[in-house]
Design a protein around this ligand. Structure first.
Ligand code: HEC
Ligand code: HEC
Length: 505
C-alpha cells in the first residue's frame, strides 16, 4: 500500500491540468527568437540617444505593413502593404462583412439576417466609422452613435476566477447583461438611451493660456426593462480606431510583461500591470490586449464578442442567437433568430475569420514630417516629460509561421499595452478582469494625427470627452500626473511642439 502512494500522487499530478500560464499565446504560430535576434531587437527598440534626426525606420510605424498616408478620409482603410494578392482578396471580402448591414430574421436575404433583438448598431462599420474612432453624442437629439455603456454589478466569491490572480469578481447586471443596447427590433423595447451632460472646468497653463475641459456625467435614460440594479456600475466606451491590430496582437506577451512594474520597483511613479483575462476561444487565462481596459485577448475573440454584443449576431465563439438578452428578457429570448434550421450560427466560422482577418490588417499609415525640427523637438519633449514610459514607442513582433504580414516587424505603436492608474478624473469605477476602476490600457498613439482627416473630429480618450490632443493630455492623472503637470508648466511654444509631434504620428 504505502509503496504505491507516490505513484498515485504522480498519476494525479499528471492528470491535473497544468497551471495556466498567461504567457501562453495559442493564437500565434511562434518561431522562437535566437539570442542574436534578441540583442538586435533590444538595440532597435532602445530609447533614442539623440533628437537631432529621425530614428531609422520610425517613419514606417507598421514596419513592412505600413501604408502610404493618403490625404483623404480613407487613410485608415487600406490593407497592410505586405499582404500579397490572395491576402488582399481576403481583406476585401472581410471588408464586405465589416460593412454589411444586418437585418432581422427571418428575411429573404438569409445570409444577412439575425440582427438583435437588442443591438447597438447594424454593422461594425457603423461604430468604427471609416475604420477610425467613434465619438460621443453631439447633442441631446443624437443617439449613442458610436459608443455604448458597459454595465455590471460587483460579484461574490462564486464569480471569482481562481486561475487568475487578482481577478476582480463582477457579474452581469441581472436584467441588462454586460452592455446596454440602445436599439431593438420592432416589438421589443430598446434598453436605454445614452444621456450625457458636461460640466466645464478651466485649467490655467504656463504662459497665460487657459484650456477648458468638459467633465462628463453619463445616465442610462429611458430604461426599457425597469430600473438598473442599485449597485450597477456603468463604463462608457467609444469605438477605437482599427489600424495595426494584427501587429499589436503579435507583440510577444513576454515583452509586454517584462515592461510591467506592478509595485513600481524602479520608483519612477509609473507601475503598469498586465490585464489577464479569461479567453472564451482557448478556455484559459491569457494576456488582455484589446479594448480600453485590455479586456480581450485576441482579435478573433474581440470580433466574436462584438458580433454578439453590439449587433446580436451569433457566431462559433458566442453562440447565442438572442445576442445579449438575459433570462429576465423573455420576449427577447423567444424571438425568431437567424440561426437554427439552415445556418448553425448567424455568422459562421468562415465569416468570423474573414472579419478577423480584415480587422488584423488595416494598415498603419506612414508618418509625416519625421525630420521636421519642430517635430523632433516635440519628440524630445515627449520623452523628457515621461510620456514614453507608458506610450512605449517601439516593439518587434514575433516571428510567425502562419502570419508573414505580421511577422518580425519593427513597429511604433506608442503603447505598452499595460494598465495604468489614470486618477479619479478618468475613473469609471468599474472593474474588468484584473483592471480596477481607475485603470486604463495605454492607448496606442500611431495614426492619431490623422483623426480629424479620417473621422472629421478630434474627440479623444475612452469616452471621447477630450476635444483635442491637449485636452487629452490634461485629463491624465494618477501615474501620469507628473507628465501632465510637466505639460501644464511648459512654455507655450514647447506645448505646441509636443502637439506637433503627436500630429506627425
Ligand atoms: C456599437 C458600436 C460598435 C460596434 C457595432 C462594433 N464595435 Fe468594435 N468596439 C467598440 C467599442 C466601444 C470598443 C472598445 C471596447 C472596450 O473597451 O471593451 C471596440 C473595440 C474593438 C476592437 C479592439 C480595438 C482596440 O483598440 O483594442 C476591435 C478589433 C473591434 N472593436 C472590432 C469590431 C468588429 C469586427 C465589429 C463588428 C463585428 C465591431 N467592432 C463592432 C464599438 C463597436
Ligand atoms: C502612466 C501612463 C501614461 C503616461 C505617463 C502618459 N499617458 Fe497618455 N495615455 C495613457 C492611458 C492609459 C491613456 C488612455 C486613457 C483613457 O482612454 O481614458 C492615454 C491616452 C492618451 C491620449 C489619447 C489617446 C486616444 O486614442 O484617445 C493621448 C493623446 C496621450 N495619452 C498622450 C500622452 C502624452 C503626450 C503624454 C506625456 C505628456 C502621456 N500621454 C503620458 C497612459 C499614459
Amino acid at each position: 500500500m504505502t509503496r504505491s502512494l507516490p505513484l498515485i500522487v504522480l498519476a494525479l499530478a499528471l492528470a491535473a491540468p497544468a497551471a495556466a500560464d498567461p504567457l501562453d499565446e495559442p493564437h500565434l504560430d511562434i518561431v522562437p527568437r535566437t539570442p542574436a535576434e534578441a540583442a538586435r531587437i533590444a538595440a532597435a527598440t532602445a530609447a533614442p540617444e539623440s533628437f537631432d534626426a529621425a530614428q531609422p525606420f520610425e517613419a514606417r510605424p507598421g514596419g513592412a505593413a505600413t501604408v502610404r498616408a493618403t490625404s483623404d478620409a480613407n487613410a485608415f482603410s487600406l490593407p497592410s502593404a505586405n499582404l500579397g494578392y490572395e491576402g488582399e482578396l481576403r481583406f476585401k471580402v472581410g471588408n464586405g462583412l465589416f460593412r454589411k448591414i444586418w437585418v432581422s430574421a427571418p428575411a429573404s436575404t438569409l445570409a444577412s439576417d439575425g440582427l438583435g433583438p437588442l443591438y447597438n448598431a447594424r454593422s461594425c462599420q457603423r461604430c468604427h466609422l471609416k475604420d477610425g474612432r467613434g465619438h460621443p453624442p453631439e447633442g441631446p437629439e443624437d443617439g449613442a452613435v458610436s459608443m455604448f455603456l458597459r454595465v455590471s454589478i460587483p460579484g461574490g466569491p462564486e464569480d471569482a476566477r481562481a486561475e487568475i490572480e487578482g481577478y476582480l469578481a463582477s457579474r452581469p447586471e441581472p436584467t441588462y447583461g454586460t452592455q446596454l443596447q440602445d436599439f431593438a427590433l420592432p416589438g421589443h423595447a430598446a434598453e436605454y438611451r445614452l444621456a450625457v451632460t458636461y460640466e466645464e472646468m478651466e485649467v490655467a497653463l504656463a504662459g497665460g493660456e487657459v484650456a477648458t475641459l468638459r467633465k462628463p456625467t453619463y445616465t442610462a435614460a429611458d430604461l426599457g426593462y425597469g430600473p438598473l440594479h442599485p449597485d450597477a456600475m456603468l463604463s462608457p466606451r467609444v469605438a477605437p480606431q482599427m489600424i495595426g491590430m494584427g501587429l499589436l496582437e503579435a507583440i510577444p506577451a513576454a515583452d509586454i510583461l517584462a515592461a510591467a512594474d506592478p509595485d513600481d520597483a524602479d520608483g519612477d511613479g509609473i507601475s503598469g500591470r498586465p490585464n489577464i483575462v479569461w479567453s472564451v476561444e482557448f478556455d484559459q487565462p491569457m494576456l488582455g490586449r484589446f479594448g480600453h481596459k485590455a479586456g480581450n485577448p485576441t482579435i478573433r475573440e474581440q470580433t466574436g464578442s462584438a458580433f454578439v454584443g453590439d449587433i446580436g449576431i451569433s457566431n462559433p465563439l458566442f453562440p447565442a442567437g438572442s445576442g445579449e438578452c438575459t433570462d429576465l428578457q423573455a420576449d427577447c429570448l423567444a424571438a425568431v433568430h437567424g440561426d437554427g434550421d439552415v445556418r448553425e450560427f448567424e455568422i459562421d466560422a468562415e465569416g468570423l475569420d474573414l472579419v478577423t482577418f480584415y480587422s488584423q490588417n488595416l494598415g498603419v499609415p506612414a508618418r509625416r514630417d519625421v525630420d521636421d525640427p519642430e517635430v523632433l523637438w516635440g519628440k524630445e519633449l515627449f520623452h523628457g516629460a515621461g510620456c514614453a514610459s507608458c506610450h512605449r514607442p517601439a516593439h518587434v513582433t514575433h516571428r510567425l509561421g502562419n502570419r508573414p504580414e505580421h511577422s518580425f516587424q519593427l513597429i511604433w505603436p506608442y503603447t505598452d499595452l499595460l494598465l495604468h492608474d489614470m486618477g479619479e478624473g478618468l475613473a469609471d469605477d468599474r472593474p474588468e478582469a484584473r483592471a480596477n476602476g481607475r485603470e486604463w490600457r495605454t492607448a496606442p498613439l500611431w495614426g492619431i494625427g490623422l483623426t480629424q482627416q479620417v473621422s472629421g473630429h478630434t474627440y479623444f480618450l475612452h469616452d471621447g470627452r477630450a476635444r483635442s490632443l491637449l485636452e487629452a493630455i490634461l485629463w491624465h492623472g494618477g501615474e501620469a500626473q507628473e507628465a501632465r503637470d510637466t505639460v501644464v508648466e511648459m512654455p507655450p511654444e514647447d506645448r505646441a511642439a509636443l502637439i506637433r509631434f503627436l500630429e506627425s504620428l
